[in-house]
Structures are given as C-alpha cells and as structure tokens.
Design a protein around this ligand. Sequence first.
Ligand code: GLY
Length: 324
Amino acid sequence: MINRRNFILGSALTSLTTFLGLNRATAKRVVVSGDARPMVISTWNHGLPANAAVWNVIESGGKAIDAVETGVNVPEADPESNSVGYGGYPDRDGKVTLDACIMDETGNCGSVSFLQHIKHPISVARKVMEDTPHVMLSGEGALEFALQKGFKKENLLTDKSRAAWKKWLEKSEYKPIINRENHDTIGLLAIDQKGDISGACTTSGLSWKLHGRVGDSPIIGAGMYTDNEVGGAVATGMGEAVMKTLGTFLIVELMRGGKSPQEACEEAVGRIAAKQDYKSFQIGYLAINKSGQHGAFSIHKGFNYALHKDGENKMYDSSYLVKG
Ligand code: GLY
C-alpha cells in the first residue's frame, strides 16, 4: 500500500537518483541497507529456476514477499516437479493434495492445507494472509475461498503422476523415500534490497500418503518461519519429524540466541535424532540470518540447495549427520 510518507520518500529518492545521474543499469545494481545483501536460498534443484524468478523481482526493487511467491510459483506450475503443485504425486487414493505457507517481513503469515485442484497454493496462502483475519484455511473451505478469489479449478494429476501412482498401487508399500529424485518440498527464503526477509514453502507432500494427511509445509514454525529481526528457516523431508520439533521456529530462536545459521540447522537436526528413528527418513534444513549468512544441514547425504548470492545462482550439497 502506498501511503503519503512512502510516496514522499519515493519521490525524494527518484529526485536523488536523477540528481546523481544514475542510469537504469546502475539503478538495477542490487544494494541493501544494513549488513545483508540480497540473497535467495531454496531447497533442491527446482530451486535454481525459482531463485532466478525471485532475483528478477528483487533486482528491479521488488519486495521479498512478492519475490518469494513469484519464485515458488515456478515449480508449482512445472509438471516435471513431482513433489510440488501441478504434476505432484497424489495420495494413495490418487488425489493431489497441496500444502503451502508464506510469511512476510512484518511477521504476517498465511497458509493452506489439504487443498485440491489449485495450481498455485502459495498464492492462495498469500490471499489468506492479506484478505482474511486468519492464518490457515484447509480442504474444501480453502478450495471455496480460492475459487471466490478467482483461482481456476484444475486437474493437477498428470499422466506421468497417474502412471507412477498405478505402479505404486501394485505393491502399495508405504515407507519414506530418503531423497526423492533430488527434489521434494520447495522451501525458499529471500532478502530484498531493503534487507527485509520473507519465506515461502509449498508441496504436494509425502507421495501415497493417507487421504487427509497434512505435513509440516503449511505449519508456520514447522515447514517455514521468518523473523525479520533475526532470519528465517525452511524444512524439507519427512514432515511429521519436523512438526514434532517445530524445526524452523527452533532454528530462528537458536539464531536469536546467538547461533550461526549452520549451528542452528545442526542443532535442529540433532533434536530430531535424539528422539526419533531418524535413520529411516530424510530431513533437510536451510537457514539465513539478517547478516546474510546461511546454513544447511540434513540427516542423510543427498540433500542439496540452490543459493543465489554475489551474482551467482548455484547448487550446493548440504553437510549431513549420518556418515557411512
Ligand atoms: N515436507 C513435506 C511433507 O512432509 O509433506
């Protein structure tokens, strides 16, 4: 929303830019006030195109909250990404059900869970955040809300996902897959030119789950959490383990207490390992702090992430707990 103060400030900045003779190319350079420079980090290899979309928004002076939504919209619409949005693997009944959440720099947040037929659950979550007094809408109610807001009802089960589901039905074996073809939930965190932090998380959840199962991804503080004074964190992997420890809230609180993002991610994985049968499932955490440092840690080898920083958008392997 443009208020009078922002308008006057905006006009003053425009005049200053003109006075200093900055051309369009110079103005596009990404600069932040304070310690942090703009950056984007996201889970798995579908993070690369998502980060690139985020960067376009940030580079042109956009807000982190707009950027994170735009970024995760990319894998949500990609039929080849079988763990997010359109083309996501269905539950054991053949139904694609989606979970997502989003959080802005003011601490405002929105989420949807067990949502069917809508390609962009993150955008519905944002509408929940902005247009209702609530944080989460679920199931039929979330779908009705989305339709009222103008979202289109679509079939999200692609031929490829249907074929994978039919194959699964042959044995109907229900066990966690440790690293699912190098992608899973997309969790994404961004710092914009003002130094503000926002986050987004969206998924079709555990493949072949029980109909009605909701994972960590729409739960603020489990799948994703940000605090603009401290930093943010996102989670991927077996949602139940993340929910039992509220992993991303824990990571942000550990950073508030002085831990680095890396130390905080390691401790959050340690909390899971201390009480749960962690060898049978994967969890990966990413975190950033307000100074633009980042951390990544997982239970098993194989978790990777995309980092857009200092002019490069590249994949990195996370360090992990279980050696050998
Ligand atoms: N982390 C995604 C899920 O468990 O649904």
